[in-house]
Every structure is written in structure tokens, then in C-alpha cells.
Ligand binder design. Structure first.
Ligand SMILES: [Fe+2]
Ligand SMILES: [Fe+2]
Length: 144
């Protein structure tokens, strides 16, 4: 099994992305709560839980490689001033995740590392579904 710095680099960037997403979605859930949009607040909390599950998969991969996760400094959560803005910011976050995971999966494929290729492809698929759901919500705007 290869344990190169680029692979652990991808895993740590992915880990940082997931923790950043947890921070953003939980913070937005609180803001939605104060706006009185309780059903979406609950959904964003559930989304944050899913991102945490993704982080756990990455932490497992890093620990399996004998490496400790090192997410580093997370970017500030982007909250948005309206629900519409919030959803646009979240679409951007998911698009950047998909880009990162597809690049990482491609790197693993070139090195015939099927296990990590599948991990990144799995994450990319999950985030693509997440993006689809956010885009769906954007197309059905509600008062906020
Ligand atoms: Fe995720
Ligand atoms: Fe996501």
C-alpha cells in the first residue's frame, strides 16, 4: 500500500472540508432557528451529521495509514443574510467538495489505489446528491 504525502494531503484537505461543512451547517441551523424556520434548521443539523460521518471515514483512512488527521485552520462559516443566500453559499461549498474529491479519486486511480479511489468516489457521489438537494431547494424558494 502506498502511503505518499499527496494521498495524506488529499485526505487531510478532505477532512478539513468536512469539518468546515459541519461548522457551516450547524451555524446556519442556529440562524434558521432564530429566523423561525425550524424544519430547515433540523434538516441542516442532519446534514451536518452526514458530513461528520464523512469526516469519520477520512479519519479512519488516515489512521489506517498510520497518520493522525490534521485538518488545520478551518475557514469561517459562511452564513448568508437570507435563506436564498445561504443555499447559494452551500451549493458553492458542495461544488468545491465534489471538485476536490473527483481530483483525489483521479489521483488514486492513476496510482492504482482502488481502496482510496472508491472512498473519494463515494464522497463525491454523496456530495453530488447533497448538491442536487440544495439546488432543488433553491428552485422552490420560500419566504425567509
Ligand atoms: Fe461531506
Ligand atoms: Fe455535503
Amino acid at each position: 500500500m502506498m502511503t505518499d504525502a499527496r494521498l495524506t494531503g488529499y485526505l487531510n484537505r478532505a477532512a478539513a472540508h468536512e469539518l468546515g461543512a459541519v461548522q457551516q451547517y450547524l451555524a446556519q441551523a442556529r440562524l434558521l432557528h432564530y429566523w423561525g424556520i425550524q424544519d430547515l434548521a433540523q434538516q441542516f443539523e442532519a446534514d451536518a451529521q452526514e458530513e461528520l460521518t464523512h469526516f469519520s471515514l477520512l479519519a479512519d483512512a488516515l489512521v489506517s495509514l498510520g497518520s493522525a488527521p490534521q485538518a488545520g485552520l478551518l475557514p469561517a462559516a459562511r452564513l448568508g443574510r437570507t435563506l436564498q443566500e445561504m443555499l447559494v453559499l452551500n451549493c458553492e461549498l458542495e461544488v468545491s467538495a465534489i471538485r476536490l474529491y473527483e481530483e483525489a479519486a483521479g489521483y488514486c486511480a492513476r496510482w492504482r489505489d482502488a481502496r482510496h479511489q472508491e472512498l473519494f468516489a463515494h464522497l463525491a457521489r454523496d456530495e453530488a446528491e447533497h448538491l442536487q438537494m440544495l439546488e432543488q431547494m433553491l428552485r422552490q424558494p420560500r419566504a425567509a
